[in-house]
Design a binder for this molecule. Structure first.
Ligand code: NAP
Ligand code: MN
Length: 267
């Protein structure tokens, strides 16, 4: 099996990486950063997010494994003190995997006739800082609302526990192939009206934003794009998915409970 390790710069992650490298070499794994079959990310959810973007051209042939250094994450199944168990699981690997939906972001810029595509694991936001963002929102090609406010966030199911959750969006079970739109401070009064609640969009539907004016900030996960005038953005569920090597069962709602509520007994 060809394995790559993708660690963040933190001291702890670097130590875990060293230990894991030693174990993998002892067990005669092939280390291959260019064309790995399994990518082991060491750090937090943010590290897995950058590992995903680093290898996003090879999603069909890669399975990810997340090791967390620090608090429990959503893309990380393994604690840093479980390296030996992880290596045992890798040795007896028989291709087990679980996959999750990704967000396809298609952007039409004013300076180019063709669309630019970005792939998102968590979410993509459109924002404006300089003055109120005004954007027409279409669902399935039909006009839905004229949004005024700070911005809009479109998230994947696995991204629903990230920025989306801070915006009051729902936590979505990742077995569901849906997208969610959450508002960032919409203006609502007698003149301006938006739905004002998060929306869950069906698998075959698509979302279009037609922003008015310029100076928009587009984010895709940890990346920010600004400077070019955007005329339209399309969001739909991508044909691509992210695959994780699945060696143990994780109950999604328990993970949510552990991350946000804490282990408090019901006595
Ligand atoms: P960051 O500022 O270090 O990340 C913000 C927090 O989001 C970190 O605690 C990160 O966990 C956590 N996170 C990332 N993906 C998550 C997920 N799918 N479910 C639950 N928590 C998640 O920046 P980053 O590490 O590069 O992560 C980028 C992400 O930050 C963006 O995709 C966005 O979702 C999130 N973000 C959130 C807000 C907000 O809540 N107001 C604002 C901007 C961006 P780790 O510490 O484990 O990395
Ligand atoms: Mn982070």
């Amino acid at each position: 099996m060809r394995v790559a390790i993708y660690a963040n710069d933190g001291k702890k992650s670097q130590n875990v990486k060293k230990k894991l490298l030693t174990r993998l070499k002892e067990r005669h794994f092939a280390l291959d950063d260019l064309h790995p079959e399994v990518v082991i990310s060491i750090g937090g959810d943010g590290t897995l997010l950058s590992a995903f973007h680093h290898y996003q051209a090879q999603l069909d042939t890669i399975r990810f494994v997340g090791v967390h250094t620090g608090h429990l994450g959503f893309y990380t199944d393994w604690r840093d003190d479980e390296i030996d168990d992880l290596v045992i699981s890798l040795e007896s690997d028989n291709g087990q995997s679980v996959s999750y939906p990704l967000l396809d972001v298609g952007v039409k810029y004013a300076d180019s006739p063709s669309k630019v595509h970005y792939l998102s694991l968590n979410e993509s936001t459109l924002k404006r800082i300089s003055s109120t963002m005004v954007t027409d929102v279409y669902l399935g090609g039909e006009f839905f609302e004229r949004f005024r406010g700070d911005g809009l966030c479109v998230s994947t199911p696995t991204g629903s526990t990230a920025y989306n959750k801070s915006l009051g969006g729902a936590v979505v079970h990742p077995d569901l192939e849906v997208l969610q739109i959450a508002e960032i401070s919409s203006i609502n009064n007698r003149v301006f009206r938006t739905l004002s609640s998060p929306m869950i969009i069906a698998p075959n539907d698509w979302i279009t934003f037609k922003p008015h004016g310029s100076n928009f900030i587009l984010t895709v996960d940890s990346e920010t794009y600004q400077g070019r005038t955007i005329t339209e953005i399309y969001y739909k569920i991508s044909k691509k998915r992210i695959h994780f090597a699945k060696y143990r069962h994780n109950h999604f709602w328990l993970r949510v409970q552990e991350a946000f509520i804490g282990i408090e007994n019901e006595d």
